[in-house]
Design a protein. Sequence first.
Length: 187
Amino acid sequence: MIKKQTIYILAIILAILQLFFNKNNPLPKISLIPTNVPTPTCRGQACLTRTKVVRVIDGDTIEIEGNKKVRYIGINTPELHDPRRPVGCFAQASADENRRLVEDKEIFIQKDVSEVDKYKRLLRYVWVGDTFVNDYLVRQGFAQVSTFPPDVKYQQQFLEAQEEAKVNNRGLWRECSLSISNGKKRQ
């Protein structure tokens, strides 16, 4: 009796697996109606939230749906809008590249430890498709590493990306005379 039940259960499991993994799946496709509620997604242990970029403010700050500003964690780009200083070397190029990457696109954001900075901007890591935007901007020379504990999840990756940009004389490392301040000034 137990053998028969086991065979029936295995047959049912096999049938279910065939339904889900068969490319000629006879089940109808279900289309979901958007609810404008962020969809949490996970990459490994890191949960991401899907949202849309409304506008790019500068090289390391964007505005997303819901009138929320997001500051990229772990990086800093030259200043574009600080009334106390002139526009920084490579600031416009950094903002333009950020705009090209994310403006009007769906992105995924990930929190580290801190929720917001002193300006009430969300602090997040950002992906568009498979591109890790924070890393990309550093690796291509549009940004420098700027670490503020406790938000250090990708610090080593960013330091390696920065070294690659410097060695290959990319972006601001080619165009600007830089002295690294160890990233101790958050913009």
